[in-house]
Ligand binder design. Sequence first.
Ligand SMILES: Cc1cc2nc3c(=O)[nH]c(=O)nc-3n(C[C@H](O)[C@H](O)[C@H](O)COP(=O)(O)OP(=O)(O)OC[C@H]3O[C@@H](n4cnc5c(N)ncnc54)[C@H](O)[C@@H]3O)c2cc1C
Length: 416
Amino acid sequence: MTEAGLEPGQIRAELASWVGQHWSPDMSLREWRELLADSGWGAPSWPERWGGRGWPAWTDDLVASELIALGAVGAPVGLGMALAAPTLLAHGSEEIKQRLIRPILTGEQTWCQLFSEPGAGSDLAGLSTSAVRDGAQWVVNGQKVWNTSAHHADMGMLLARSDSQVPKHRGLTYFALPMRQDGVEARPLRQMNFHASFNEVFLTDARVPAENVVGDVGGGWPVALTTLAYERRFGAMRPPRYDPRAGRALDEARAESDAHFAVYSWYPQRAGRADLVVEHARIAGVAGDPVIRQAIARLITLQRVSAWTAERTAAARARGARPGAEGSVGKLALSNLAREAASAHSMIARAQALLTGPESPMNGTIAEVLLSVPAQSIAGGTDEIQKNIIAEKVLGLPPEVRVDKDIPFAQIRARG
Ligand SMILES: Cc1cc2nc3c(=O)[nH]c(=O)nc-3n(C[C@H](O)[C@H](O)[C@H](O)COP(=O)(O)OP(=O)(O)OC[C@H]3O[C@@H](n4cnc5c(N)ncnc54)[C@H](O)[C@@H]3O)c2cc1C
């Protein structure tokens, strides 16, 4: 028995019986997800009234993998489930949860994150996209950047400045922005690894209904911190391995997953591909080289330690803890791991590591690793920012000097 009185074997048996009675691959994906939402199997850790069962967080992963093992389909993948829903559940009004949670769970609406700007990344609270109230709506103007999947998202988690006469952290508001409108233009950006996952998003008199404010007007900062804390938990993402048989729900789930993961196809390479390093050394004929063996041993050690850190974080979450500073420790560990893996692959392949195409090391994967790994220590907060968080929140060191923290935002801008 676990601490919540739930036992994995019991959960599996109950789920198998329910799936046996309800699942058919011939129904539409939407119909199936409605059943999942009604039964609480879609997101068991969510509260019962919002489509869950109020169970501990570890049950989400158990149920998701068990649904696939049973040949069925689970909740959608994507930023809606990972970031938007937990943020709405923590800070949203009853009315906004009523409107926006279920379409996330059924996969009807996908989300993107509209936080970063050309002049505001690490210093996110210094952003300048403005939101001005106009009757029953807010009018938004500005530019966002680095916005993954914004080109096909239905909704955006938007952080904008609603008051520039107060200090920067206090003048922000968090909105659920409808993306499919004239005032929103998403332009894909081409990356050095040849993929195009991100966008610049231009907001020109974009409209948001007043009831789409998440949390309080001017209280967007703590809401954004919740989203960022969930983002730091992100690890390597892998597409679900759905049952290969035909069937409408399965076909639609595969199409949904393909569309979603198309922009993430390089993310395993971004994490460094430590899993390939032994095979790579064998293929290259250098597995007996003592220096390379040491590099591999160091890498595998780091990988194990990083996995234990992730397990500790998962255990804390299962006990009901909100994600906190341990997410920063885990994220930093993943950056170190990615760099060590890229370095080991370079030692093995030497100058050929730069080659791409069918005759290059591991069919171009190694070159993609080298070009993708830098993103690991930027996305979701840079390494330096994680170190600042650890210094303050874990080690209790004095906070960074922040001279612009207490003066009105408009004055910071005026001082240049
Ligand atoms: C793969 C990927 C996906 C992303 N997806 C999204 C997304 O979907 N939505 C979104 O809104 N954003 C997204 N981002 C943006 C990301 O959050 C920012 O790039 C990140 O926060 C860094 O901001 P910046 O690029 O403006 O760098 P800057 O903040 O300008 O930093 C430049 C350098 O200065 C250092 N630095 C800055 N401040 C400090 C400080 N106080 N102390 C010490 N060093 C400091 C940084 O560590 C860095 O080395 C994504 C980024 C990547 C790489």
